[in-house]
Design a protein around this ligand. Structure first.
Ligand code: GLU
Length: 480
């Protein structure tokens, strides 16, 4: 039977890069094997769930092109199944009632070497009430083995597991059981998820096997497990929600391309056998194998991601690049828009002009979010970098002379990047300035800064009138 895998996010925060990686690996596995990719939203933590987090998961998956074949199932709509499973486990004697308070447990355990619940109520035969939780009677000896595709057999001694709570006194069935009951009912064949969940897996295996032996419960084969390696930051510490840039939304907002992002995520724990880094989605699907996933932590390296993004940007056909830049340069005509609008208005923006400017910047970008700052001077007043102005014009008499002679020469020039380039070089030479020095005051006067797209091509596109006005304005600023 073709594999059935699921991605089961909890909508309790921003969509995390780790979740995106888990989602991608499930998707790749399903697409590679011709299996089914199911989406299940684990929304039973009512205190931490929010509708906008759920919407964020769906829109990020859509952005990344991680289409699902079934779902989304909502875990909250399956609570009846969770309760029925807990009842079956109770009837078969796997769960027992416990009325111990946290304080009582801590008090009894204060001198004990091992923390956790001590099994106090296991043999008390307490009746169930609104004051009692239901705990799972963990076998006192033996071990539970997780057969993991990535890690091999991981063995856990049962003595290290306390009799854990399965149902709270208020009747709420806790996540480990809810999660596995759903995996059983939607017939998941392979559970591919983060390494952080590995310690809970033995509990789930114990309950899964116990359920298979309960009267009236259909026996379902245990899934295969694959626990994906942890993502770490530069300090080799687990990525932190607060300190590291982990929200997928923010990468979209900054102008990372979904294809580059997917390519980069795929390399977090996996790599194609060819060792290549630039791998298209089709090749990922063709080559992905769970057996090739590594178990060592994977460094989430924003620099590498950014570099890869630049490569994808440069490789785009111009037309595609222009379309991809739309949300940043013309958000009013795009269904999705980044949080920061461009520094120009809809009236100031000119599509045709942008099409001419685009090739000048496409080569120089690492993210689409950099476009507006780079091309702002084409559409709107220059925003002057004061320090750059002081350095190249304000306190530099040669810079001022350069502007004055450029005004004179540019006035009568046949207007093209080549002639502008030649004229600037010549004027500079007469003043004893290398080209770099000679063009700096011009660049600053016309674009407002010292970095940006190639100058002479930009001057050509801007046109004589605008260029001369800006050169004049800069000189006037000095006298003022
Ligand atoms: N809902 C869990 C989480 O977001 C995932 C559970 C699983 O994949 O089994 O951490």
């Amino acid at each position: 039977m073709a594999p059935r895998v699921r991605f089961a996010p909890s909508p309790t925060g921003f969509f995390h890069v780790g979740s995106a990686r888990t989602s991608l690996f499930n998707w790749l596995y399903a697409r590679h094997t011709g299996g089914t990719f199911v989406l299940r939203i684990e929304d039973t933590d009512t205190e931490r769930n929010r509708d906008e987090w759920q919407a964020g998961i769906l829109s990020a998956m859509d952005w990344l092109g991680l289409s699902y074949d079934e779902g989304p199932y909502l875990q909250s709509s399956l609570i009846g199944d969770h309760t029925a499973a807990a009842e079956a486990l109770y009837d078969a004697g796997h769960l027992y009632a416990c009325d111990c308070t946290r304080e009582a447990i801590d008090e009894r355990k204060k001198d004990a070497a091992k923390p956790g619940y001590d099994g106090f109520c296991r043999d008390r035969g307490l009746p169930r009430s609104s004051q009692t939780a239901l705990r799972f009677a963990v076998p006192r000896d033996g071990e539970t083995v997780v057969h993991d595709v990535i890690r091999g057999d991981v063995t856990f001694a049962n003595v290290n597991y306390e009799d854990f709570v399965v149902v709270r006194p208020n009747g709420v069935v806790l996540y480990p059981l809810a999660n596995l009951v759903d995996d059983r009912s939607i017939r998941i064949s392979d559970v591919i998820r983060g390494e952080d969940l590995l310690p809970t897996t033995p509990k789930q295996i114990m309950m899964w096997e116990a359920l298979n032996n309960c009267a009236g419960v259909e026996a379902v084969p245990l899934p295969r497990y694959a626990h994906l390696p942890m993502l770490v930051n530069e300090q080799r510490k687990k990525l932190s929600k607060r300190k590291d840039p982990v929200a997928v939304e923010s990468y979209r907002d900054q102008g990372y391309l979904p294809e580059a992002f997917v390519n980069y995520l795929a390399l977090l724990g996996w790599s194609p056998r060819s060792g290549e880094e630039l791998v298209s989605r089709d090749v990922l699907v063709e080559q992905f194998a769970l057996e090739d996933v590594s178990h060592s932590p994977a460094f989430f390296d924003v620099k590498k991601l950014t570099h890869l993004n630049g490569e994808y940007l440069r490789a785009m056909p111009l037309e595609t690049f222009i379309e991809a830049a739309r949300p940043w340069v013309a958000p009013w005509s795009s269904s999705w828009r980044p949080t920061t609008p461009p520094p120009w208005s809809e009236r100031e923006f000119d599509e045709d002009l942008f099409a001419r400017v685009a090739p000048l910047v496409q080569e120089r970008l690492t993210t689409l979010g950099e476009v507006p700052a780079m091309v702002g001077f084409f559409f709107t007043e220059v925003t002057l970098d004061e320090a750059a102005f002081e350095k190249t014009i304000g306190s530099d008499p040669l810079g001022q002379t350069m502007l004055a002679v450029a005004i004179e020469r540019f006035g009568g020039l046949t207007w093209s990047a080549t002639t502008l380039h030649e004229a600037t070089a010549e004027l500079g030479e007469a003043l004893g300035l290398a080209l770099r020095k000679a063009q700096a005051p011009i660049r600053c006067a016309v674009t407002g800064t010292l970095v940006g797209p190639p100058l002479f091509e930009s001057l050509e596109i801007l046109g004589r009138e605008t260029v001369l006005t800006r050169l004049h304005d800069a000189l006037a600023r000095v006298s003022a």
